[in-house]
Design a protein around this ligand. Sequence first.
Ligand code: ATP
Length: 507
Amino acid sequence: MKEELSVLVQAQYPLIYLVTSEEERTEQAIAALAQVKPQKRVFVWTVTHGIVEYGQPRNITQHNTVSPEAAVEWVIRQRESGIFVFKDLHPFIDSPAVTRWLRDAIASFKESNKRDSLKTIVLMSPVQQIPIELEKEIAVLDYPLPDMTELNDVLSQQLDSMRGRRITTETREKLLKAALGLTRDEAEKVYRKAQVTAGRLTETEVDIVLSEKKQLIRRNGILEYLEEDGTLNDVGGSEDLKQWLSQRSAAFTERAREYGLPQPKGLLLLGVPGCGKSLIAKVTSRLWSLPLLRLDLGRVYDGSTVGRSEANLRNALKTAESISPAILFIDELDKAFAGSAGSADSDAGTSSRIFGTFLTWMQEKRSPVFVMATANRVERLPGEFLRKGRFDEIFFVDLPNEDERKQIFSIHLAKRRKEIDRFDIDQLSKMSDGYSGAEIEQAVIAAMYDAFAQDREFTQLDIIAAIKATFPLSRTMTEQVAALRDWARQRARPASDTGAEYQRLEF
Ligand code: ATP
């Protein structure tokens, strides 16, 4: 990243947009870059102080440069080479005068750069906001979170402050990996806290670092760390899908790379509500031994400022990448992107920009982030997701067939009672034709509540009564289920071989 920025500056890009919320760290990187020959001075603009030379006290400000227009004009007038950093110009950038001054600056830099004075304006802001007039002139860079090397500096400083305490290479690596996904400031805080809590930084403190990281990630509200303890045996049916997942359990290892295998990109799970799509995503995390991050797209939306929602999404994706290899779980993709195509009202505008940001990321991502998305309604899903190559596979998880329902009853009864032989599972399975896994689980729970209220153990009859009292979704949403099946039969791979059942079930 530093290299990319350096290349842009050397290549005389007049205007660079750096999307970052880590001002101090980014400023330091720019200052270091300015030392490379030919050396350049660095000036920083803020709306509170106007233009101040980097490293100088804030009161040594350039006169009358608080207004953005005056500041850009001042920059144009400079004869020497320099990097001019504008912090948080985004609230002003849409004003006609500011846009015009920036265009004037670009034109004048092109001239002056020919005469060997190299000038670059860097717009630094946590939100990306670019007026159309500047779109073609600006190079946008997302400043990434610190990598292992940079975190190593942070850790070394922390260890130095502990009178040069030494740790083994293995412990160091674990402490570094545990902090991946944090900003430099956050990593500093987490290491300090682990050290204060335990009075040292050893392998046992890795857990403190990890749990602190989970807290921080939770606080940003868009990504959530899910901890799962289920295994594939907790999922009834979906045998083909389970096999697909098992086959790929070592897909993110070095061994797979050496073998020449590409990294899997992602999986889209379509299906009837309550058939275990989310459950499957969760157990995959355990099966592949990868952390599971849930991306809540509903929380990405933020209408407070234009560009805020995209910035939220970009930050969340950046965090996921820095924790990778990881699974990024997106539930109900159809809901999040419904309405992204078409109408031009402001909400649809935000929604389609977010959709664009997400698609571009999926297309370009190199880091091992496996996307597991679920959807119930295909007609609401933008067609781009369904094109070949976007996901490795699109699986359709249908209502369970008789055999699968047997497995699901066994799983949920065995979860709650040691002895399950007293239940006639064949009968329960036959009676629950058209029921989803979630509805089967609910029937078992309802039976237990009934019996519990009467202060007795629950029986086969209680479950039968609960099944009869349930009106399954497949019956209330007959048309939707039929439409989804029709669609899926042609375009998605069935999660299990339930072909015979398709013909038999009439909805
Ligand atoms: P939705 O589309 O409504 O999110 P879903 O298909 O993701 O539904 P889950 O949320 O995974 O379904 O299912 C809810 C619960 O139902 C699961 O946590 C699990 O307890 C139970 N369940 C569903 N399907 C199965 C299954 N095939 N095997 C075992 N349990 C299941």
